[in-house]
Ligand binder design. Structure first.
Ligand code: DON
Length: 554
């Protein structure tokens, strides 16, 4: 072989490999067809996955007011293809400056029912607008104005009420009726709107336009900020202009781990998701699941969940306020110690594990996944917490406020809306971020990359875990999102499962081991997932059939 040929080969071969390692198509999976379409429009007009994520986040804020919005927060896990850089945008809400640890307790130190869930006093300072601005400015290719255009249009023209919207509005009708701006926007003459009714949000369109024009200053300062603070204060809340002005979007290093040769990247604190997922997988790792019976598999998974949720309750909170032993909790040796107490022939009562500590469903909060043809990825889980958040819309702004303050532990040991208990690490303090379970994640092998996540309160972690295990089995996204779900969160000491998730034999077997089993009232979760199969050079995407979302590959 001539020498020049060899040189050209050496130079060009790696280049060809790099070029080959890009997806043949792009994909978006989100919880609403109009949001998936908004993202696709931006990709088609030259945007990258990050621009598309801006468009999808903003569109979801318009068409899924019960799940997420400008008045909420979330986590955006990013992978930049050009240099492999990965980061997590922490747009989690912060506790207002005037908050204090006992603010939801009465004079007898008992939790006041609903105080951290309804009305402006339950709202943290929103992070979603700051995340959108940051995403566009630092990672996007297009202007914020361009990426926000589809959402602005949707806010003006409106979206049609479907059965799903009706269920959420029915659930929160009494609270929505309490506030005139919320009632006007999200109900129809004080009642659940009929199917096909158009929800138009002119004030929200104007707020989005201000953000498009001025960036953070359009939301955290000026007219919108003043109107929000006035409305909050007039109605029993404690926000100040300084709280808004001081809000900081934080970039955090994601949590990393490995499972049987696969790489895991997931949400860092103040989410508990990444740590808990990596911990559970570490505990399970030495076992070859294919060699276990159905009952043995479930026993191992459930006992691993129990142990990780115990640590969640004890150690986790906002890393800027409490020292979290991240290294220990994600360490394989630590997991070996936890594994040592698992018996395959007997459930471990949660009360026998040292510690403290107790979730509903999956249709408020929202997740979306994006992959572009350069290989850039976004996994984002965003929320206003409870359906329609606090149910409070700040007059004149169209902004529906979150009730994320409920994710703090109002009183150590007392369960929140998701039955979760926490300790000192997650007590309320001014400027602090409440502990979350949201777990936008990637799992990858040398042959495949998966982008996934879901809403579902405390069950998010175990849903993402089950999705990852299904990826590890070699199954496609359709299978991960359909997968029959089961869950254990340490307290209550109960193995929860959705209809069809366990066979009759498994139910009997697990009961025999001493587990208390409880079938959930309905099937839960709303997973949105993408698989880039590098080996087959194909892209697949799937949207959970439990919801009304849409996954597109183009
Ligand atoms: O951050 C959290 O963990 C919760 N605020 C998420 C709430 C949620 O997923 C509700 N969805 N069903």
């Amino acid at each position: 072989m001539p020498r020049w040929f060899l040189i050209i080969f050496i130079v060009l071969y790696p280049l060809s490999k790099v070029q080959a390692a890009t997806p043949p198509q792009s994909a978006i999976a989100s919880a609403h067809p109009l949001a998936t379409a908004a993202g696709m429009e931006i990709l088609a007009s030259g945007g990258n996955a990050f621009d598309a994520a801006v468009a999808v986040t903003a569109a979801l804020a318009v068409v899924e007011p019960y799940s997420s919005g400008l008045g909420g927060g979330g986590f955006w896990l990013l992978h930049r293809a050009a240099d492999g850089y990965q980061t997590m945008l922490d747009g989690r809400e912060t506790a207002p400056g005037a908050s204090h640890r006992d603010m939801y307790l009465d004079e007898h130190k008992n939790v006041i029912p609903g105080a951290s869930m309804n009305g402006p006093l339950s709202a943290g300072i929103p992070g979603t607008p700051a995340a959108i601005v940051h995403l566009a400015e630092k990672y996007g290719k297009l202007s914020l104005k361009k990426s926000l255009a589809p959402a602005i249009k949707l806010a003006r023209t409106g979206f049609k009420v479907d059965a799903h919207y009706q269920r959420m509005a029915k659930f929160r009708k009494p609270e929505l009726n309490k506030w005139s701006a919320s009632k006007k926007l999200f109900l129809h003459e004080g009642d659940v709107p009929p199917i096909g009714h158009r929800v138009k949000q002119h004030n929200l369109a104007k707020t989005l336009e201000l953000i498009a024009e001025k960036g953070n200053a359009g939301f955290y300062q000026g007219r919108v900020a003043k109107q929000m603070v006035n409305a909050v204060k007039k109605n029993g809340g404690i926000w100040s202009l300084a709280d808004l002005k001081n809000y900081k979007l934080i970039e955090r290093e994601p949590i990393r781990g490995s499972y049987r040769g696969m790489r895991i990247t997931s949400a860092a604190p103040p989410s508990s998701g990444g740590i808990a997922i990596v911990n559970i997988l570490n505990i399970m790792e030495p076992y070859d699941l294919t060699r276990l019976t159905g009952v043995e598999q479930k026993q191992l998974i459930v006992e691993s969940m129990r142990r990780a949720y115990r640590d969640r309750a004890i150690y986790l909170g906002d890393p800027d306020f409490v020292d979290i032993p991240v290294k220990q909790l994600t360490d394989k040796m630590y997991a070996a110690g936890q594994r040592a107490s698992i018996r395959m022939d007997k459930a471990t009562p949660s009360s026998s594990l040292p510690g403290i500590a107790a979730s509903p469903e999956g249709f408020h909060t929202t997740h979306f996944s994006v992959l572009d043809q350069a290989g850039n990825r976004v996994a984002a889980t965003v929320t206003v917490n409870y359906p329609f958040g606090s149910c409070f819309v700040a007059e004149g702004t169209g902004v529906l406020l979150n009730d994320e303050m409920d994710d703090f532990s109002a009183k150590p040991g007392t369960p929140n809306a998701y039955g979760l208990v926490g300790a000192e690490a997650n007590a309320i303090a001014p400027g602090k971020r409440p502990l979350s379970s949201m777990s936008p994640s990637f799992i990858e092998s040398d042959d495949a990359v998966a982008i996934l996540g879901t809403p579902g309160g405390s069950r998010i972690i175990t849903m993402v875990l089950l999705g990852m295990l299904d990826f590890a089995r070699g199954n496609p996204p359709e299978s991960w999102v359909d997968y029959g779900r089961f869950h254990h969160q340490y307290l209550p000491d109960q193995l929860q499962y959705e209809e069809g998730a366990l066979t009759a034999k498994e139910i009997a077997g697990l009961q025999q081991l001493g587990h208390e089993l409880k079938q959930t009232a309905w099937r839960y979760g709303n997973m949105q997932a993408i698989l880039w199969d590098i080996k087959q050079d194909k892209v697949f995407a799937a949207s959970d059939k439990r919801g009304v979302g849409q996954a597109l590959v183009k």
